[in-house]
Ligand binder design. Structure first.
Ligand code: KIV
Length: 252
């Protein structure tokens, strides 16, 4: 799709959301480990396990038969060795029905990417702001602002491209840095907080639906589900407490 059509990607973690995204015709759904925060209530993505990713990926697969489903390999499921990467990624395809996996990191992940691709597992790269390295980065900070940073990101992107990734997520970087990377690689770039020059965009579904209390600045809200859900829950409570629900029409 690079150069032909911009690629719209969303995350999903459950059957119903995946089904609605699939019905809307999006070509790819990412089962991102951000589900650790949005669904499981952790403060970052580090506690997410491979078992949890398999559980959520299987639900998304059942809801979305058409979209390409990519599972995020969670923290410590691939970093320690190439063998770990193959086993973890293989389980995502074999047990949960994923079409490929995403892993974080640039040049350092070349051996993992090569081995996965050689073993028939499509890989989505991820560079820039790396949530699994939140402690090493000193927080969720925009990357690629200095000349050295930009050079490093370009090296990372080219290395992943050569290693065989089918696309690269560019997270949290200035638009011009993302543009330079997009022009430097043969595969599509999928941006999140990386400006308009990427080949595609990805958003965390809870953010774009307005369910997140304080969404990041780069998020466009396409709905206000937080307010709608709060209103519905409050109205339901009052109806039950005050005897308005169930009415005669809600019974058998
Ligand atoms: O976990 C996730 O949702 C992600 C996206 C932010 C790209 O990795």
């Amino acid at each position: 799709m690079k150069g032909r059509e911009r690629i719209a990607v969303l995350t999903a973690a459950d059957f119903t959301t995946a089904r609605l995204i699939d019905e809307a015709g999006l070509p790819m759904i990412l089962v991102g480990d951000s589900l650790g925060m949005t669904v499981l209530g952790y403060t970052n993505t580090l506690p997410v396990t491979l078992e949890q990713m398999l559980h959520h990926t299987a639900a998304v697969r059942r809801g979305a038969p058409n979209a390409m489903i990519i599972t995020d390999l969670p923290f410590l499921s691939y970093q320690a060795s190439v063998a770990d990467a193959i086993t973890s990624a293989g389980r995502c395809l074999k047990e949960a029905g994923a079409d490929g996996v995403k892993l974080e990191g640039g040049e350092i992940r070349v051996p993992h990417v090569r081995a996965l691709v050689e073993n028939g597992i499509p890989v989505l790269g991820h560079i820039g702001l790396l949530p699994q390295s939140v402690h090493a980065m000193g927080g969720y900070r925009v990357q690629g602002k200095t000349v050295e940073d930009i050079e490093r990101l370009l090296r990372d992107a080219r290395a992943l491209d050569e290693a065989g990734v089918f696309a690269i997520v560019l997270e949290g970087m200035p638009a011009d840095t993302a543009r330079r990377i997009t022009e430097a690689v043969s595969v599509p770039t999928i941006g999140i907080g990386a400006g308009p020059h990427c080949d595609g965009q990805v958003l965390v579904v809870n953010d774009m639906l307005g369910m997140t209390e304080r969404p990041p600045k780069f998020v466009k809200r396409y709905a206000d589900l937080r307010a709608a859900m709060q209103q519905a829950f409050t109205a339901y409570r009052s109806d039950v407490v005050e005897g308005r629900f169930p009415g005669p029409e809600h019974g058998y």
